[in-house]
Write a protein that binds this ligand. Structure first.
Ligand SMILES: *[C@@H]1O[C@H](CO)[C@@H](O)[C@H](O)[C@H]1NC(C)=O
Ligand SMILES: *[C@@H]1O[C@H](CO)[C@@H](O)[C@H](O)[C@H]1NC(C)=O
Ligand SMILES: *[C@@H]1O[C@H](CO)[C@@H](O)[C@H](O)[C@H]1NC(C)=O
Ligand SMILES: *[C@@H]1O[C@H](CO)[C@@H](O)[C@H](O)[C@H]1NC(C)=O
Ligand SMILES: *[C@@H]1O[C@H](CO)[C@@H](O)[C@H](O)[C@H]1NC(C)=O
Ligand SMILES: *[C@@H]1O[C@H](CO)[C@@H](O)[C@H](O)[C@H]1NC(C)=O
Length: 460
C-alpha cells in the first residue's frame, strides 16, 4: 500500500525546458526568464494562423504546482523524446493538429509549441489530469459511492476541506461512471434525497446538481460509519446486479477526520474475501490519531489512504486514487483507445465557424520489468481530431441519394451530423487557452433536417 518516491539525479534539476507560459517572457532588464527562453513562433495556416513552432513541443505545469519539482523535471526530461515522434507523425499525416502527452505527475507536453496565456487573474487552471480524455483513458468505467462525515468534529475548516475533496472527486468522474454521495453522522443522509438508494451517471448536469447540495451540509452529532458503509456496499452490489452500472470497478470514497473502529465485521459481511469494492479513505485535518484505522481499511480493501491537511492539498491527494484504479489495466496491458464526446475548440475555427473536435486518447504505462507488476501509469497520450476529418472517411456511395450519416457516442451524445451547427456565436476571440474548449452537448445546437422540421438539443 505504500508508494515510494522516485529517485532522481541531481543533473535533472539543472535541466531547462520550454514552459508554455514563460516562453518569450522577459524580466525588467530584458533578460529571458527562467524556463522561458527565446522560442520562435510563426503563424501557420493549418493552425488557423495561430503562431506555432513545428519542431518543438512546449510543457505546461498547473499554476498550483512548482514547475521545478524534481518529479516534474524528471518526467519532462524523459518525455522530450516525444518531440521527434510528434514531428514524424505530423510529417506522415499533415491533417493532424494538436498532439500531446498528459503526465500522471501533472505536466502537459503539447506539439506544436504554442504560447499559453493566463486568464485575467494570472492563473491557468488547466490540469491535464482533470480532462475527460485523460480520465477516460486512464481508468476503466467505475461506480463510486462517496461517504462524507458530517459529525460535530467536522465543523469549520474541516467541512470546507471535505466539500472541496468531494468536489475534486467529482471532477475525476466522467460520463462512463456512476456515483452517489451520502453524508453520515449518527444517521445517513443522501445528499440528494430524491436519488436515494441508487447511483446516477456522472455527467455534468448531475455533478453540478450534487455540488449545489454539498453547500447545504452542516456538521453535528457523532459519526457512525458502520451504517454508511453497509448502505454503500448495498447500493453498489444492487446496482451491479441489475446490470446498470459500469460493470467494471467499484469504489467507496471515505471523507472523514477519523474512524474510531476498524469495522472489520462490515467488510467481512460485504466485501471479503473477493474485495471487489476498493476503499479510498481521505483523512481530513492535521491530526492523525485515527489514521491507523483508515490506513488499515485501505489496505484490507485494495485501496489507498491519503491525508488532506489544507485546501491546497486537496487536488493532488484526490488524484492519487486514479493510479490505483488504473492498476488492473496496466497489469492486463489494456491499451484501449478512447474517444471523447464532441466539443468546440475556439482556438481553431475556420470560416464556417468554430470547428467541432473529438479527442482520441490512450494510456501510457511503465514497462520496466521491476515495476510492471505494480502497474504504474505514466500518463495519457492524445490527439484532437476535427469531425470533418472523420466525416471524410465515410463511404458516400454506400449511403444512397438521400442518405446521410451521423454518429453518436456510447453515451448518447451527438458526435457528428451533417447539419449540426452551434447556435452560439461567441467564439470570436483567438488566444490559446484550453479553458475555452466547450463540450458540444453543453451548448445549444440545432439540427435542421431535410424536410425543414427542426430539432433543438439542450443536454448536459
Ligand atoms: C522552434 O524554436 C526553436 C527555439 O527558439 C528554434 O530554434 C527553431 O528554429 C524553431 N522551429 C521552427 C520550425 O520555427
Ligand atoms: C491566414 O493568413 C493568411 C495571410 O494573412 C490568409 O491569406 C489566410 O486566409 C489566413 N487563414 C485563416 C484560416 O485565417
Ligand atoms: C430512502 O427512501 C425510502 C422510501 O422513500 C425511505 O423509506 C428510506 O428511509 C430512505 N432512506 C434514506 C437513507 O433516506
Ligand atoms: C458485477 O457483476 C458481474 C456479473 O455478475 C460480476 O462478474 C462482477 O464481478 C461484479 N462486479 C463487482 C464489482 O461486484
Ligand atoms: C523482463 O522480463 C521478461 C519476462 O519475464 C524477460 O524475458 C526479459 O528478459 C526481462 N528483461 C530484462 C531487461 O530483465
Ligand atoms: C480579443 O480580446 C482582446 C482582449 O479581451 C481584445 O483586445 C481584442 O480586440 C479581441 N479581438 C477580437 C477579434 O474580438
Amino acid at each position: 500500500c505504500v508508494f515510494g518516491r522516485n529517485n532522481f539525479d541531481s543533473f535533472v534539476l539543472k535541466y531547462e525546458y520550454f514552459n508554455a507560459v514563460l516562453i518569450n517572457e522577459v524580466d525588467e532588464e530584458g533578460n529571458n526568464v527562467e524556463l522561458g527562453g527565446e522560442f520562435l513562433l510563426e503563424p501557420n495556416d493549418h493552425f488557423n494562423n495561430l503562431s506555432v513552432n513545428l519542431s518543438l513541443s512546449v510543457v505546461q505545469v498547473p499554476t498550483n504546482m512548482y514547475n521545478k519539482d524534481p518529479d516534474i523535471v524528471n518526467g519532462v526530461y524523459w518525455s522530450e523524446a516525444l518531440n521527434k515522434v510528434f514531428v514524424d507523425n505530423f510529417e506522415r499525416d499533415p491533417t493532424l493538429i494538436w498532439q500531446y502527452f498528459g503526465s500522471a505527475k501533472g505536466f502537459f507536453r503539447q506539439y506544436p509549441g504554442v504560447k499559453w496565456h493566463p486568464d485575467e487573474h494570472g492563473v491557468i487552471g488547466f490540469d491535464c489530469r482533470n480532462r475527460k480524455w485523460y480520465i477516460q483513458a486512464a481508468t476503466s468505467p467505475k461506480d463510486v459511492v462517496i461517504l462524507v462525515d458530517v459529525s460535530g468534529s467536522m465543523k469549520g475548516l474541516r467541512l470546507t476541506i471535505a466539500r472541496q475533496t468531494v468536489s475534486s472527486i467529482l471532477d475525476t468522474l466522467g460520463d462512463d461512471d456512476f456515483f452517489n454521495i451520502i453524508a453520515y453522522n449518527q444517521e445517513i443522509h443522501y445528499v440528494e434525497p430524491c436519488l436515494n438508494g441508487t447511483l446516477v451517471r456522472a455527467d455534468r448536469t448531475n455533478k453540478d446538481h450534487f455540488r449545489e447540495h454539498l453547500d447545504k451540509l452542516f456538521a453535528k452529532g457523532i459519526g457512525l460509519l458502520g451504517d454508511a458503509l453497509a448502505e454503500a456496499f448495498t447500493i453498489l452490489s444492487d446496482f451491479n446486479q441489475t446490470g446498470h452500472g459500469s460493470l467494471c470497478s467499484q469504489a467507496i470514497m471515505l471523507v472523514t477526520d477519523g474512524a474510531t473502529e476498524m469495522y472489520d465485521d462490515v467488510f467481512e459481511k460485504y466485501n471479503w474475501p473477493e474485495r471487489k469494492v476498493r476503499i479510498f479513505p481521505y483523512l481530513i485535518g492535521r491530526e492523525s490519531a485515527f489514521a491507523d484505522n483508515l490506513k488499515w481499511m485501505a489496505c484490507a480493501n485494495k485501496g489507498y489512504f491519503s491525508q488532506i491537511s489544507t485546501l491546497a492539498d486537496v487536488q493532488e491527494n484526490v488524484m492519487r486514487y486514479l493510479h490505483v484504479m488504473s492498476r488492473p489495466k496496466v497489469i492486463d496491458h489494456e491499451h484501449d483507445t478512447v474517444w471523447t464526446e464532441a466539443y468546440v475548440d475556439s482556438a481553431l475555427k475556420d470560416k464556417a465557424g468554430p470547428s467541432l473536435m473529438t479527442t482520441v486518447a490512450m494510456p501510457v504505462f511503465s514497462t520496466k520489468n521491476e515495476t510492471v507488476s505494480e502497474g504504474i501509469l505514466l500518463g495519457v497520450v492524445g490527439t484532437d481530431i476535427p469531425l470533418q476529418e472523420l466525416m471524410k472517411l465515410i463511404p458516400k456511395h454506400m449511403l444512397g441519394i438521400h442518405g446521410y450519416s451521423f454518429a453518436i457516442t456510447n453515451n448518447g451524445y451527438i458526435l457528428t451530423h451533417p447539419d449540426l451547427r452551434p447556435l452560439v456565436t461567441q467564439f470570436l476571440n483567438i488566444t490559446f487557452s484550453p479553458e475555452k474548449i466547450f463540450p458540444v452537448n453543453d451548448l445549444l445546437f440545432q439540427i435542421n433536417s431535410k424536410n425543414h422540421q427542426s430539432m433543438t438539443l439542450l443536454s448536459g
